[in-house]
Write a protein that binds this ligand. Structure first.
Ligand code: ZN
Length: 323
């Protein structure tokens, strides 16, 4: 008989939870607003509420659940089960997520970084199904990362393993990154950085790009607008997208040389750019990586979408009670 686990993925604006079985199949999930501004006590209560709602939506009871996994963003101490200083969850600070959830339900409870959980989710039940090792990038406002080896997340000694968005890719005139360092992949390939690079290019473009029109109409521009303009043949957008693919390929090739994984998976909002963008990343990886990994390592888009986090959290829960 298959056992059941609950995974909870806590995000800056919403929490998503679902019941998952031993094969990685998820029952219908539940999403509730995080409302971080109401404080961390309210946040912990909302986590428990979301877990209860997921169990109920799966048509089972808490007695059917073997263990629980919680994934959150932000700086954390994984061994202590704490979120220490989460940028997306202000004003929370030093929140004892794992122990609170464990005490509330009396179940073994796992705690994981959200990008690590998404990497594990994809490796278990998504694009990486069947893979032993996987390098995962989540392309959103910033660039998140996760590494799975032997079916386990690489947490690292200080909970800082797999921070692939903060691998330095530029030494000469490096751009500042949101993390306070310079030249990180995120400072080049995160959605916010893509928009910044596009603004700079537009300033020097003499009014030719169609993106000037987008700016005039909407007063602002998103990374999605840049990719749309690229698809429509806009030259400036094409240059920005090509550079973005190149930067991501530098990150991926570096990770491939460090780990030689079974595959590289890209997830997150920017994957809406579709297969042509992935093809450009693959093209540059071929010229940057050693011949064998360049030729043999599959590079794919993620398959689980926004379910990857809670499914990966459930996988962590499963690993707690399955040896
Ligand atoms: Zn950084």
């Amino acid at each position: 008989m298959t056992r059941l686990y609950v995974g909870l993925d806590v995000g800056g604006s919403a929490m998503k939870a679902g019941v998952v079985d031993d094969e990685g199949h998820a029952r219908p999930s539940v999403t509730l607003p995080t409302e971080a501004h109401r404080g961390q006590e309210a946040g912990l209560a909302r986590m428990c509420e979301t877990i209860r709602a997921a169990v109920s939506s799966a048509g089972v009871t808490m007695a059917d659940i073997a263990s629980i996994g919680v994934a959150t963003p932000g700086l954390m101490d994984l061994k202590a089960g704490l979120i220490t200083d989460p940028v997306n969850l202000r004003p929370w600070k030093n929140v004892p997520v794992r122990d609170h959830v464990m005490a509330a339900f009396g179940k073994p409870t796992a705690f994981q970084n959200d990008a690590n959980a998404a990497a594990l989710g994809e490796c278990w039940a998504g694009a990486g199904k069947g893979a032993e090792s996987l390098v995962f990038y989540t392309l959103g406002t910033g660039v998140g990362g996760g590494i799975v080896i032997g079916g386990r997340v690489i947490e690292g000694r200080n909970s800082n393993g797999g921070e692939l968005g903060h691998v330095r890719i530029e030494m000469t005139n490096p751009r500042p990154c949101g993390c306070g360092r310079l030249g990180c992949l995120e400072a080049y390939a995160g959605a916010m950085s893509i928009v910044k690079r596009t603004h700079e290019a537009l300033n020097a473009d003499g009014g030719k790009s169609s993106l000037h029109g987008v700016l005039q109409t909407h007063g602002e521009m998103s990374a999605r607008d840049v990719f749309t303009a690229w698809s429509a043949g806009d030259e400036l957008a094409g240059r920005i997208v090509e550079e973005t693919a190149f930067y991501l390929a530098i990150g991926a090739a570096n990770a491939m040389h460090a780990i030689d994984p079974d595959m590289v998976v890209f997830g997150g909002g920017l994957t809406a750019a579709g297969e042509p963008f992935l093809e450009r990343i693959k093209h540059h990886v071929k010229s940057l990586a050693f011949p064998l990994p360049a030729e043999r390592t599959p590079i794919r888009y993620a398959m689980l979408g926004t379910d990857a986090g809670f499914i990966g959290a459930a996988c962590c829960a499963r690993q707690l009670v399955t040896r």
